[in-house]
Each structure stands twice: as C-alpha cells, then as structure tokens.
Design a protein around this ligand. Structure first.
Ligand SMILES: [Zn+2]
Length: 111
C-alpha cells in the first residue's frame, strides 16, 4: 500500500507554482492520489480530435484538462487569497481541519 494523501482536495482553489502554467489559479476538478496528480480547471488543456460516431455524429474537437503533478500546485487560502501551506488540526468530532499558516483561519473543504 503506497496510497499517498495529497495536500489538496477536489474543489480546492490552487495556484500552479512551476511548469508551463506557472502562476495560473484554478479549481481542482479531480485528484489522482495514486499518481500524485491533480486535474485543475483550465490548466494544461489538451485537444482531442474525435471521429464522428453513433453517439457523436458530428465528431469534432474535444478539449479537456490533462493532469499535472500535485507538487506543482499550492493551496490558495480563501481568506487571505494567497498560496499557502496549512497546518492540520483535529476538530472535536474527529474531522481534520486545515489551518492557513498565514492567517490562521480554517480552510473549508468544498463539496
Ligand atoms: Zn489565509
């Protein structure tokens, strides 16, 4: 078992901090913990040319986000609006809260 926990979750806003999309901010659509990758909205767009088929008689070009390495993104705190690192704190009911190291506010987990 080598399933790693990622530092970001689906629905988080992240900033890309290296690679081709350095500086771009987007929302996480999907996480792939087994590969250490995330899919970020509007980041690393790829085009896929589709032939016409029965389901899709027109065919055409499909655009989609390709995964990027999770180490290339930083969580953006919704309170201070800056990329940040987080502390983890266990809540009374056992859930883990993520605390922004900059402003000390809890970062909510979307959806
Ligand atoms: Zn903050």
């Amino acid at each position: 078992m080598t399933s790693k926990k990622l530092h970001v979750r689906t629905g988080d806003t992240v900033k890309v901090i290296s690679g081709n999309h350095n500086g771009v901010t987007g929302r996480i659509l999907r996480t792939i913990p087994a590969k250490g990758q995330v899919v970020v909205q509007d980041v690393n767009m790829r085009k896929h040319h589709r032939r016409p088929s029965q389901q899709d008689p027109e065919g055409g070009i499909l655009t989609f986000e390709a995964p990027i390495r999770v180490s290339n993104v930083m969580l953006v705190c919704p309170h201070c609006d800056e990329p940040t690192r987080v502390n983890r704190r266990h809540d009374q009911d056992g859930t883990i809260e993520r605390i922004c190291k900059r402003c000390d506010n809890a970062i909510p987990t979307a959806g």
